[in-house]
Write a protein that binds this ligand. Structure first.
Ligand code: SF4
Length: 66
């Protein structure tokens, strides 16, 4: 039996928030990147500033590519 080589899984730094229509990217003066979740404005079950990377989220909606 031959083993299939495993490829490294590349996770974007922000995870799903990087490509979600409900996120707003914020860059601090020091260059740190945050994502504010706009769903948190109307639904308290979402964190306003989720811990990154977000790997699973029921509210994720893919943003259209520019
Ligand atoms: S809905 Fe989920 S994936 Fe989208 S911005 Fe909020 S936390 Fe991130």
């Amino acid at each position: 039996m031959t083993e299939t080589p495993q490829r490294p899984v590349v996770v974007p730094r922000g995870g799903l928030c990087e490509n979600c229509i409900h996120s707003v990217k914020i860059v601090s003066d020091r260059g740190s990147v945050f994502y504010r979740c706009e769903r948190a404005l109307s639904d308290s079950s979402y964190e306003k500033y989720p811990r990154l990377p977000v790997l699973a989220c029921r509210g994720y909606e893919e943003a259209a590519e520019a």
